[in-house]
Design a protein around this ligand. Structure first.
Ligand SMILES: Cc1cc2nc3c(=O)[nH]c(=O)nc-3n(C[C@H](O)[C@H](O)[C@H](O)COP(=O)(O)O)c2cc1C
Length: 364
């Protein structure tokens, strides 16, 4: 039996991953070009990190209405699909695997990003967060409550984006249902006060996600679809945990067993929720028993913590975010226990090469 640690290989839906290290999806805002297209610079950034078992792209917008952040390479136009081909080809040339994270921010946006129109959301409730616009970070506003037709259009936008991801050569897609964005807004009572078939009961609040999955049938194999959740998000991104929140995620994750997905991707809480009523402070161990397929866990992992969570059986793969920004060769550094570069948060969302493709790899 091979040692089951973070550096051991893993078979994900027929894809051979070189190791169990996943690069977490991270917005990097380098597509400050006409049409928000991924470029050769984007391709170089991902190719530098292709020794990870699996790369997940930064969130990529499924439609103009999905936008909530400037300079993000999106995936709804033909030019954007062509841009992403540069990325998938560069990663595949390094024998890497890459999924596209499909994103709709819902109310986490601003009218400046929508020609003055209101962002869409399940209910007209301001998250009191910030949106990154051409004027910098601006306060969010009270969004427009989506009509049933708006919801149906959004489901179609995800379907088209999945087809676009296939056309661009991605190995799969990840639906972004975490971090207070559109799907998450439907799941949680603080952002969903609807009284129709998309609000009220747990089944209703989860409906848009399952409608989206059903729409993907025939477009992309479910074994190439992952979904990301951050169940214990609290007092962050306008999300508040109530007594229905964790049961909602339990319902969703149990039901996902029927779909034969590539994986579910969970994050441990971004803030300390150990004293928060109704929270699940330990996400991996809470949800692992409910799900039969591949489980990725993320947030604050080191090599040692990653080996432990895998050995304990609470996750199959571990995603690393910030460590992959600063260390293109994170896999090699883990393999030889080398020290890590320090990340520079000042350049996480800026444009250009600085803090993007210039973090040094270890010399040969
Ligand atoms: C610069 C930056 C951008 C991020 N963008 C996204 C994103 O587009 N989609 C997403 O699901 N999470 C995003 N995240 C969250 C990361 O995927 C990850 O959950 C977080 O960094 C915690 O993991 P870590 O402790 O290994 O860094 C982002 C994080 C950072 C630091």
């Amino acid at each position: 039996m091979p040692t089951q640690n973070v550096l051991s290989p893993y078979t994900l839906s027929g894809l051979t991953l070189k190791n169990r290290m996943v690069m977490a999806p991270m917005t990097r805002s380098r597509s400050n070009n006409e049409g928000n297209v991924a470029t050769t610079l984007t391709a170089e950034y991902y190719a530098q990190r292709a020794t990870a078992g699996l790369l997940i792209t930064e969130g990529t917008f499924v439609s103009p209405k999905a936008v909530g952040f400037i300079n993000v390479p999106a995936i709804y136009s033909e030019a954007q699909v062509e841009g992403w081909k540069l990325v998938t080809q560069a990663v595949h040339a390094q024998d890497g695997k890459i999924f596209a994270q499909l994103w709709h921010v819902g109310r986490m946006s601003h009218p400046d990003l929508h020609d003055g129109e209101l962002p869409h959301a399940p209910s007209a409730i301001n998250p009191h967060a910030k949106a990154y616009t051409h004027q910098g970070f601006l306060d969010t506003v009270t969004p427009k409550e989506m009509t049933v037709e708006d919801i149906a259009q959004t489901v179609q936008d995800f379907k088209q984006a999945a087809a676009n991801a296939e056309a661009a050569g991605f190995d799969g897609i990840e639906l972004h249902a975490a971090n207070g964005y559109l799907f998450h807004q439907f799941f949680v009572g603080a952002s969903n006060q609807r009284t129709d078939q998309y609000g009220g009961s747990i089944e209703n609040r989860a409906r848009i996600l399952f409608e989206t999955l059903d729409a993907l049938n025939g477009v992309i194999d479910y074994s190439r679809v992952g979904i990301r959740f951050n169940p214990s998000t609290h007092n962050l991104f306008g999300m508040v945990i109530d007594e229905q929140t964790i049961p909602t995620f339990e319902y969703i994750i149990k039901r996902l067993n029927e779909y034969g997905l590539a994986y579910i991707h969970l994050t441990e809480p971004f803030t300390d929720v150990s004293e928060v009523p109704f929270a699940a402070p330990e996400v991996a161990s809470h949800f692992r028993p409910l799900y039969n397929g591949t489980l990725i866990i993320n947030k604050g992992f080191t090599k040692e913590k990653a080996d432990r969570v895998i050995a304990e059986g609470n996750a199959d793969l571990v995603a690393f975010g910030v460590p992959f920004i600063a260390n293109p060769d994170l896999v090699k550094r883990f393999a030889i226990d080398a020290p890590l570069n320090e990340p520079d948060p000042q350049t996480f969302y800026t444009t250009g090469t600085l803090g993007y493709i210039d973090y040094p790899a270890l010399s040969a």
